[in-house]
Design a protein around this ligand. Structure first.
Ligand code: ACO
Length: 409
């Protein structure tokens, strides 16, 4: 296929042999034209556009349009797309009864996995994954409803009434109002914080064939409906090695703070270097980036802006994060393994400063990644080589045994 790529299907067809590649370290699972990562250069492009330029010049809705359609929208296309999404932000009232079945202290990702999958029950008119028109309306519904569902999960957890979406607000301002608004008062939009949240959405919108995206593709490859496939993505994202890392990272920073703060970072680093301890520096390292994650740079910039806006220049967690980064970037253990901060290293500090509770971080990641999952799912279905995903295995169990009667086992 290319200088570094072998089409293993040809080998399989001629010899019946297949490859063994746990963790997909050297296996491309699909063709894709959506997101490009050069892990050595630390480069990330959505549809060819550098993430830095998108973060600087576009809002999340434009990025959604780009990921779904392959091109950035002009003004008329953006207005139309915004308005379509806005019209679908409400969720069926019955979803509230479903929500009430959860414990109030349920983890938001447990709630989100249920709610997103539950949407399938409300849209029998957009269940057919093979119909492009049904996929299109499902995409709009999912993108539009994710902020409403995340805010519902949050408000339910704290026992506050739901705030319904307001059509005159932008996608992200609407989300902030549903999260932090109070039905008795007018919500005042803070542009700096909305912009920061919007940037979090942009930076998390897609990241090629990561675990949750591959999950969505594999799940949808069976022809299941889009809501079920996205719910599978939400479930996969929850893990601490993936989307759950932002929560784990903030918990780690808080633990360092509780155990002596910046002064004690050396002890923590030593613990990380001791493999026996099983402790990892959360928010560090990446399967593909073996250079600085470009999203981490943008997030660090946003972190400064948000802390300045909120007068939190002396935020102890930010200080710990900066000090950890400095030490790790000079330490042989991290340098030799090419371990650099990833997007989650600073995103937790930004979200915490904005007022997002830590257990909700991964749900916000899921909200942002929904568009990427859908774009990838659409691309897979439209691919002429599309097939149900069916990995092979290297069987290493017993080959043949006879069942003895229970009395003689
Ligand atoms: N802290 C300490 N050591 C690490 C870390 C870390 N965060 N990450 C990797 N290493 C070490 C490993 O112990 C291993 O060392 P060894 O060669 O001596 O055995 C080496 O670096 C390679 O690590 P792998 O686990 O093989 O790398 P892999 O590519 O499989 O894992 C991953 C990538 C899962 C992201 C890993 O770096 C990690 O666990 N990081 C912390 C969790 C995290 O931040 N995840 C978010 C990823 S970004 C995202 O999902 C949005």
């Amino acid at each position: 296929i290319g200088p570094d790529v072998i089409d293993i299907r040809k080998l399989y067809a001629s010899t019946g042999k297949f490859t063994y590649d746990p963790g997909f370290l050297s296996t491309a699972s699909c063709n894709s034209a959506i997101t490009y990562i050069d892990g050595d250069k630390g480069e990330l492009l959505y549809r060819g556009y550098p993430i830095e330029q998108l973060a600087q010049n576009c809002d999340f809705m434009e990025v959604c349009y780009l990921l779904l359609n392959g091109e950035l929208p002009n003004q008329a296309q953006k207005t139309e797309f915004d308005s379509r999404v806005t019209k679908h932000t409400m969720v069926n009232e019955q979803m509230n009864f479903f929500l009430r079945g959860f414990r109030r202290d349920a983890h938001p990702m447990a709630v989100m996995t249920g709610l997103v999958g539950g949407l399938s029950a409300f849209y029998p008119d957009s269940m057919n994954l093979m119909d492009p028109a049904q996929r299109e309306i499902s995409a709009i519904r999912l993108i539009a409803k994710m902020p409403t569902l995340v805010a519902m999960a949050y408000k339910y957890g704290v026992g506050s009434p739901n705030i319904y979406p307001q059509n005159k607000l932008s996608y992200t301002a609407n989300f902030m109002r549903m999260m932090f608004g109070n039905p008795c008062e007018e919500y005042e939009v803070n542009d700096v914080l909305v912009r920061a949240m919007d940037r979090i959405f942009i930076l998390h919108a897609d990241h090629e064939q990561n675990a949750s995206t591959s999950t969505v593709r594999l799940c949808a490859s069976s022809g299941t409906n889009p809501f079920a496939a996205i719910a599978a993505g939400v479930a996969c994202l929850w893990g601490p090695s993936h989307g759950g890392a932002n929560e784990a990272c903030l918990n780690m920073l808080s633990e360092i703070q509780a155990n002596g703060g910046v002064e004690k970072i050396g002890d923590f680093i030593n613990k990380v270097k001791d493999k026996e301890s099983g402790v990892r520096l959360m928010g560090f390292g990446h399967r593909v980036y073996k250079n600085y994650d470009p999203r981490a740079k943008l997030m660090r910039e946003t972190c400064h802006e948000v802390l300045n806006e909120l007068g939190l220049h002396d935020d102890p967690l930010f200080k710990i994060a900066m000090a950890l980064e400095k030490i790790a970037l000079e330490d042989e253990y991290f340098v030799s393994r090419k371990l650099y901060p990833n997007v989650d290293f600073y995103s937790g500090i930004v979200q915490k400063a904005i007022g997002i509770p830590v257990p909700l971080f991964t749900a916000i990641f899921a909200l942002a990644r929904t568009v990427g999952w859908i774009a990838q799912l659409n691309e897979m279905i439209a691919d002429p080589e599309y097939k149900i995903g069916r990995p092979r295995q290297l069987f290493n169990g017993a080959v043949h045994r006879d069942v003895k009667p229970i009395s003689s086992r």
